[in-house]
Design a protein around this ligand. Structure first.
Ligand code: FES
Length: 122
């Protein structure tokens, strides 16, 4: 199935290890929150859903990085994930985050739809 690229934000909106840019997706038929971050220059995006308990991870809106700026952390029970892959790094996570394909060109960040990942229709 074809993948569409959907404009998400300007490149400058994503600063290394800083606040995320949130967006909504339909994942497996359900509307879910998602977020994009920048880490070591690269943009990554994930479903905002912890693998421990399927709930949103940011207690303070769009804040996913821990104090070191090297891990994404769930504010509920402290599960830690690698920013590059979403893999579980510590804490009570059960598996990793659901990764969303993104790319960046000419100052724009876009996310890519997939068979189980669609834009929200308003
Ligand atoms: S819900 Fe994320 S660590 Fe428990």
């Amino acid at each position: 199935m074809e993948s569409d690229a959907i404009d998400l934000c300007a490149s400058g909106d994503l600063v290394d290890s800083a606040l995320a840019v949130p967006f909504d997706v339909v994942y497996q038929g359900q509307t879910c929150r998602a977020f994009a971050i920048r880490y070591q220059g690269q943009v990554h995006a994930y479903l905002n859903r912890c693998s421990h308990v399927p709930m949103e991870m940011d207690y303070q809106p769009d804040r996913f990085f821990d104090l070191t700026g090297h891990w994404l952390i769930c504010s509920t029970h402290g599960a830690m994930y690698q920013p590059q892959t979403g893999a579980c790094q510590g804490g009570p996570c059960r598996g990793g985050l659901v990764k969303i394909a993104v790319d960046e060109s000419q100052g724009v960040v876009r996310w890519h739809t997939a068979h189980n990942l669609k834009p929200v229709e308003y």
